[in-house]
Structure formats: C-alpha cells, structure tokens
Design a protein around this ligand. Structure first.
Ligand SMILES: Cc1cc2nc3c(=O)[nH]c(=O)nc-3n(C[C@H](O)[C@H](O)[C@H](O)COP(=O)(O)O)c2cc1C
Length: 452
C-alpha cells in the first residue's frame, strides 16, 4: 500500500462524463471542453492539488441502446459530443511539470503498431508522464463506426487485447536498445543499426515485423491502467495493469475485487503489492455541513434521469426504457461493462435495487460512492477507504465542471496536507508518472510480463 493517497481527476474530453444533466447546472463550464484553455486550467488546478494524473475516459460511438435510438443521447449530451482525448495532452503538459495524463484507448478498434507510436510520441512530449488506460470497448455503435459488422464478444476482445499489448510491449521494450541512438555528427551516424531489432510478431490477430519506429521514451511503456471486472477483465488486469480501477460501490465489493486481482497477479508471477488500486469517488464538499448538504441536494435535483438511463443502457448493453422503473434489477452477464451490473447485484447481495433507484444513484458519478460534507468529514471518509479498506487512491469524478475540481483542491486538499496524506505541489517523488504512481522507477518493474 502507498504511504500517501493518490488522486486522479477522472474526466472526459466531452460535455458530459458520468453525471448526466450536470451541464445544465448554473455556472457549469462543461461546454468549454472544446477550448484549449479549459484544459490547461484543469491541468494547473490538478497539479496544484498534487494529483497523479488527469485520467481521460473515451468512447468511439453513440449511446443508442436506450429506446434503440440515439435521440436521447444526442439531445442530452450523453458523452456526445466528445473529442479525442490524447490530442489535448501536449497542451496540458506544456503548462505543468509533474502531472500525469492517462488516456483511454481501445484495443478493439486500433492497431498496436499505430498505438505504440502514438504513445511513444506522447511519452516523449510529456517527458514520461503518460499512461494508457486499456479498454476493449462496449458500444455496438462504435464497432459499426470502425468497420466491423458487430461488436466482438468479450472473450475475443480480451484475447485480442492480450496479443495487442504483447505487440506493444515488444515494440516499446525490446526493439531499441538504450544506447541505440548516438547522434554522432562526425561519423554521420544517428543510430547504431545493430541496436535496433525487429519484433517479428506473427499472431492470431496481428502480424507486425517492426522494428518500432520511435526511439525509447522516458518510460518506454506508458503506465498501464485497466478497469476490467469480468473474469477475463480481472485476468487481464492482473497480468498487465499497474493501476487498477475498481468500480464496486461497496467496501465488500472493493475488498473482494482487490484480493481477487492481487491473487491473480501473484499467479502471473508479479508482486501483487506493486499494483495500485483506485476507486471512483464523487466528493461534494462545503465549508459547513449545511452548505455541503444543500449543494448535494441541488445536484441530485439536477440529475437527468432519462439521460442517466441512456448512459447506463450503453454500459449494460440493455435497453432500460423497456423496464418498469419500479422493477427490481436482475443480475445478468453482460458483454458490455460487467462492473456496472455487479455494482447493483452481486456486489450487494443483501440489497435490492429498482431501475429508478439505480438511475437516481448513478446520475452523480454512476457506481461511485458520494462523499458529502466538510473538508474534515470528506477526508475522514477517504482515510477510511485508504487505511481500513486498503485502496491506494481515488479517481475524483466531477459533478459541476470545473467547480467540483476546484472545491476539492481548495477545500479538501489543504485538509489532506494537514494530515500528510497527499504531496505538496513541489513534492512529486520522481520525474515520470510511473515513479509518482507506483513508487518504483521510470521503467516497468522486472517482474512485469513485458520485461520477462
Ligand atoms: C470505472 C470504469 C471506467 C471505464 N472507462 C471506460 C472508458 O472510458 N472507455 C471504454 O471504452 N471502456 C471503459 N470501461 C470499460 C472497461 O475498461 C472494460 O473494457 C469493460 O468494462 C468490459 O470489461 P469487463 O466486463 O471486464 O469490465 C470502463 C469500465 C469501468 C468499470
């Protein structure tokens, strides 16, 4: 476990991320997501708060499962419109020194050679401050947009993802030796060709001879994030992830998830304690309890239930418009996001949720716990998750943008610093995101499958 808590801002390069309807809240600035200065302000604020990273979610399709139609999603800005996340990273890196940037990319709709090149470039441009959040994508509409007749089933997606990362690891870790680049002007030799190697990958899904087209970047492999909760997803996280995102809303669910993924990591030959576990939280803070409660009530009133159902229908690949709002949610195995399903069924076997209750709860940050109170109360609860439950960090989900982030940094972070639970802005441990998040060196540890 880490000595201090880790924080990421979990956001999206779009109007809405996971609090549908909040763009209508008075003063909300979400519509500025197209504005470079919006993102550079976010980066400065997150670094002032000592955050590890700004973590961008991403999807490639429209939420059209609800009512078998895209109308609700488009009208209500349910993760649409959304711009590409990785392209704002260099602007944010320019105004910060230590903050990291985690970018979600799907292994289902891109090619490993292309992705390896993009992340090597980002790692160079950020001086080693980039992470890759590996997802396999859940929206059928994305599959159609990217040239497939239908979404691949989950097993095939994870199988492809495993091979995808193996190709990337070979390109990032094995293709160029550390001292391959010489820049010897007199000899006219930029690179020693003997020290650049083909990867010669021939697999089921990809054929990539290599070598990698980029010289080694500070971290070589970006920090690997992952959030899978199905059986396949857990194995994938255990083998590959350095930071794992647990989406269970209850303590028991998080503990079960962490123990299970750690056991699988040990089976895969890794030190299970080297994995960092993050949970999502939705902090709602006020100078007094009454202010915080009033803010929370006004946020809840502002939740757009229909938009939330459209979002959840995409997460679950289940048309919630067909269900009676007072009907109990029954557990299913979904080909979309299993963690969202489990959150309201198997993770809480003693509680029954109706469709309406799920929508009302999920309208503010989906499955994550809401932490409402004064800075002291919020930090008490974070401390509980950190010290008692054993998580390493938190993905902070905003409701109102950028006020939720600013409230957190201006009100909660001073209390965290008072208790020595978060770094000072000049207290980042290393130069790279990997050093700051894992406490290790800038490169992947020797027991990671990519190094073996
Ligand atoms: C908290 C959380 C955040 C996620 N963020 C994204 C995302 O931004 N984009 C995406 O395509 N998938 C995202 N996913 C999907 C997963 O990474 C994974 O691909 C999907 O959940 C299917 O695998 P699973 O059933 O093993 O969880 C997210 C999942 C969770 C639980």
């Amino acid at each position: 476990m880490s000595e201090q808590m880790r924080f990421n801002l979990f956001t999206m390069n779009s109007v809405e991320h996971v609090s549908p309807g909040s763009w209508t809240y008075p003063g909300d600035q979400s519509h500025r997501y197209t504005d470079r200065e919006y993102w550079t302000e976010v980066a400065r604020t997150a670094e002032r708060g000592g955050f590890d990273a700004v973590f961008f979610a991403d999807v490639r399709g429209i939420y059209d499962v609800y009512g078998d139609d895209r109308e609700t999603a488009v009208e209500k800005a349910v993760q649409t419109p959304a711009n590409d996340p990785q392209l704002v990273v260099p602007a944010m890196a320019e105004v910060t020194d230590d903050l990291g940037f985690a970018v979600t990319r799907s292994t289902t709709y891109t090619h490993p050679y292309q992705l390896a090149r993009e992340f090597s470039t980002l790692d160079h441009l950020t001086d080693g401050r980039v992470a890759l959040n590996v997802v396999t994508s859940y929206l059928e509409s994305a599959a159609a947009n990217l040239g497939l007749d239908e979404r691949m089933d989950k097993e095939t997606r994870y199988d492809r993802a495993a091979e995808f990362l193996d190709v990337c690891y070979a390109l990032w870790e094995d293709s160029w030796e550390d001292d391959a680049v010489e820049v010897d002007r007199e000899a006219g030799r930029y690179t020693d060709p003997e020290k650049v190697h083909a990867v010669d990958h021939e697999g089921e899904h990809f054929s990539v001879p290599g070598p990698h087209g980029c010289e080694p970047s500070p971290q070589r492999t970006p920090v690997i994030y992952q959030a899978g909760s199905s059986d396949y997803g857990r194995d994938f996280a255990a083998r590959n992830a350095e930071a794992v995102f647990a989406s269970q809303p209850t303590e028991e669910g998080v503990v079960e998830y962490m123990e299970d993924v750690k056991a699988r990591a040990a089976d895969a030959g890794r030190d299970p304690e080297s994995l960092r576990f993050f949970i999502g939280v939705v902090p709602v803070v006020g100078e007094t309890e009454a202010i915080a409660e009033a803010k929370y009530d006004s946020y809840k009133e502002n939740v757009d239930v229909e938009a939330t159902l459209a979002l959840l229908s995409g997460f679950l690949d289940m048309d919630l418009s067909e269900l009676d709002p007072d009907q109990k949610v029954e557990h299913i195995e979904t080909d979309a996001i299993q963690g969202t399903m489990n959150a309201f069924t198997s993770s809480q076997p003693d509680r029954e949720w109706t469709v309406r209750e799920v929508a009302e709860f999920s309208g503010l940050g989906t499955t994550s716990p809401k932490i409402v109170g004064t800075p002291e109360q919020v930090v008490d609860e974070l401390e509980y998750w950190f010290h008692e439950v054993g998580v390493d960090g938190f993905n902070v989900k905003e409701v109102v943008r950028p006020d939720s982030l600013q409230d957190f940094v201006d009100l909660v972070v001073p209390e965290l610093r008072e208790r020595d639970l978060i770094r000072e802005p000049d207290g980042y441990e290393g130069d790279t995101l990997r050093e700051n998040t894992t406490g290790g060196g800038p490169r992947l540890p020797a027991d990671h499958p990519a190094r073996r």
